[in-house]
Design a protein around this ligand. Sequence first.
Ligand SMILES: Cc1cc2nc3c(=O)[nH]c(=O)nc-3n(C[C@H](O)[C@H](O)[C@H](O)COP(=O)(O)OP(=O)(O)OC[C@H]3O[C@@H](n4cnc5c(N)ncnc54)[C@H](O)[C@@H]3O)c2cc1C
Length: 468
Amino acid sequence: MEQFRSARPDIDDTLDLEAFEAGLNGSIVLPGTPEYAEARLVNAALHDRFPALIVRAADAADVARTVALARGSGLTLSVRGAGHSLAGYSTNDGGIVLDLGAMKGLLIDAERRLAWAQPGLTAGEYTRAAAAHGLATPFGDTASVGIGGLTLGGGIGWLVRKYGLTIDALQAVEIVTADGRLVTASEESHPDLFWAVRGGGGNFGIVTRFQFKLFPVGEILGGALFLPATPDVLRSLVPIAASAPEELSTIAFLMPIPPAPFAPAELVGTVSLVMMFVWTGDPEAGQAAIQPFREVATPLIDIAMPMPYPAIYAFTAAGEQRGLAVHRSRFLDGLDDDAIDAILAAMASPSSPVAMLQLRVLGGAMARVPADATAFAQRDAAVMALIITPFEDPSSEAVHRAWTETLHEALAARDAGVYSNFLEVEGEDRVRAAYPSGAYERLADIKRRYDPSNLFRMNQNIRPAAVG
Ligand SMILES: Cc1cc2nc3c(=O)[nH]c(=O)nc-3n(C[C@H](O)[C@H](O)[C@H](O)COP(=O)(O)OP(=O)(O)OC[C@H]3O[C@@H](n4cnc5c(N)ncnc54)[C@H](O)[C@@H]3O)c2cc1C
């Protein structure tokens, strides 16, 4: 170990690593070691950073020790669950990364429909374990995303209309705060903190355990209708999906049809509205619920079949790949003809052949929770739009950013805010846009009480309110 230390004398001077490591139940990874090359990587390859120290925590005590180390040293602290932050906040240059990825404990009480989950779990790992009991907690659309970052931002996924956001299933968290204390936050204990962590991201501490409600989700009807990308199809998406029974949640991608065993060769590359969906209920009723889409236009490809709930993740598996991409997102209060024209024009000449626009029609259980019940306040958002522009050549980033921004601006007329988990590093105004109706100010006040020095700032940052 000594040889690696001497490679980074600056770190040795700042931190007493010997003592720190001796007190850990987990381990550390330093620059120059064989593990470092892999350990430093995050999903968003744009963020190619070189932290000075990676701590692989084994338990809450390790988390508290790392918080103390960061506080004492003044080094930047990044917290990592599964490393899917679009903004790259789960890494940094020259600071500390606290990697929770090894903390994968999961206790399921099927009878009481409750789960206790550690923050290193991915949505896929949790969902597969819960499915063995015929149960599920709503997470996002992709298996590899960490439950930590996803939950703390809100969590919008395949069950959003039936069972709401991930935070609507959250019962309690155990959290290490900036002063190193491990506290439980729930409706009864530290209710202000519990309000804040339901949407306010990693601003308030490091969650070492989540307690979630589980819902009965057995076999689903799931899959995708690949619809022709016409104005009529786009115009019908919101009215049909929003008026469908809440058993139906859709996530549609306007994108070129990828090569796949089910895609006829002549269709590969054709832009299509790939309307992916989950129906939690009787499969025949599910077929009836998606039938109106088929009546607007005959699908180019029609895959709707009964499947175990976790199998839906196969449809988004391509999204798990680490790679370069630009993202821009906003909630919309609807999709009008001007927006549809702009979308189709943009998709006709994308900067990247694999650029896509994701459209999620919301409502249902998510919208029934009062806006001020959690820090995630955008309960009445009708649609969430997310532009994803993956690319390969790092020198072409500016071109993709410009195309993405232009389409994002074209959607501004129906803007209804933004989801914090779909922000890159976009400035304070955009963070404020994620917390409307006084939510930002309430969060800033709670931040002042729990993290006055802004130790937890590698996130969509809430500035601590000024004292007085
Ligand atoms: C391919 C892809 C698909 C996605 N799909 C969805 C989706 O369907 N629905 C949705 O809602 N979101 C989705 N997201 C966004 C996702 O929720 C966020 O990127 C989330 O932050 C990822 O969590 P993570 O733990 O993997 O990320 P990390 O990068 O590890 O963490 C992100 C940030 O969360 C905070 N954090 C993480 N864990 C903890 C913890 N235990 N305690 C305190 N703070 C913590 C930290 O501030 C950290 O910087 C998607 C992202 C990607 C890349």
